[in-house]
Design a protein around this ligand. Structure first.
Ligand code: NAD
Length: 302
């Protein structure tokens, strides 16, 4: 699947995982006119992901977004349970849960079913790209595309290259991101790259500050908003990411750095054990009584 074919009839973009990020990333490509195939083995995740994608498109229409492309021009998004349905994809973004054995299994299978030219990108929050690339026979065509959440409204993508990621892979990734209106910020490889090496520690420390009674959750976040001018505080950011994903990411960071500072603080781990995983569950550090997912009795899958 070379550039020539891309110009004549765009090959589909593959997205693996229909959760928070998978649905958002699929929306980004579809609204830019690229057909998408989303693969998730869980039926409920596919159903919820499709619903989130539809409401994301609706919201975009209501807000008048989209530039020259009307939502009616959005390319089709198909949902499937089978990675084999990504055989024709020119570019795949893996957005499954932040568990290394799961990503290993998916990347090995993608390497088998996809064409030799297909770029395997991962939305991993923290697993080094060199590690993910080692699960494939194409380490030069593996790259990190760390979209931000919510993907459709965030302008920039942290693009992480391992020492073996080729110039050609970086060029094709930059071109594709530019075509969907995203700015790539290219960084090197390493656990958590730039974003999550710093952010995960901040969220974990914010949980410690909360637990030790220095301030309540609202005040912790206010300090970051009103003193630093951040749009959100660390606790609301954790809730938006999903506290289960935060804990998974801290575990990955601890495994790959050996640094005990990445051990999830007991308050944070306790919230996850209680199912209070943040906005997608309606409750985390803060409460979200209007959460549409809770209203429909839906939570995260993975
Ligand atoms: P999520 O829990 O919302 O979704 C994960 C999805 O993976 C679920 O739908 C689950 O059904 C699916 N899945 C499980 N097993 C699978 C398999 N074998 N094949 C395909 N799909 C499978 O998680 P998320 O927040 O969307 O995170 C996905 C990835 O993106 C993770 O690596 C995470 O670290 C990263 N990330 C998350 C955020 C965020 O803010 N949530 C931001 C950037 C990157």
């Amino acid at each position: 699947m070379g550039e020539h074919q891309d110009i004549e009839a765009p090959a589909p973009i593959g997205v693996v995982g229909a959760g928070t990020m998978g649905a958002g990333v699929a929306q980004c490509f579809a609204q830019a006119g690229r057909p998408v195939v989303v693969v998730d083995p869980h039926e409920a995740a596919r159903r919820d992901g499709a619903a989130r994608l539809r409401s994301g498109m609706r919201l975009r229409r209501l807000l008048g977004g989209g530039g020259d492309t009307s939502p009616a021009d959005a390319a089709p998004v198909e949902f499937s349970a089978e990675l084999g349905d990504l055989a024709q994809a020119s570019f795949v973004v893996e957005c499954a849960r932040e568990r290394e054995p799961l990503k290993e299994e998916i990347l090995r299978e993608l390497d088998r079913v996809c064409g030799p030219d297909t770029i395997l990108a991962s939305c991993t929050s923290a697993i080094p790209i060199a590690r993910l690339a080692s699960f494939t026979g194409r380490p030069d065509r593996v790259i990190g595309t760390h979209f931000m959440n919510p993907a459709p409204v965030k302008d920039a993508v942290e693009v992480a290259c391992s020492a073996r990621t080729s110039e050609e892979t970086l060029r094709r990734t930059r071109d594709l991101l530019a075509a969907i209106g995203k700015k790539p910020v290219v960084v090197g490889d390493g656990p958590g790259f730039v974003t999550n090496r710093v952010l995960m520690l901040t969220i974990n420390e914010a949980a410690a500050v909360l637990d030790q009674g220095t301030a309540d959750a609202e005040t912790v976040d206010r300090v970051f908003r009103e003193c630093f001018g951040h749009p959100m505080g660390p606790l609301r950011t954790g809730d938006l990411i999903g506290l289960d994903t935060v804990v998974d990411t801290l575990d990955v960071l601890r495994t790959h750095t050996g640094d005990a500072r990445f051990r999830p603080y007991p308050l944070l781990a306790g919230l996850v054990a209680d199912g209070r995983v943040g906005r997608k569950a309606g409750r985390g550090f803060h409460s979200y009584p209007q959460s549409p997912l809770v209203a429909r009795g839906e939570t995260s899958h993975g």
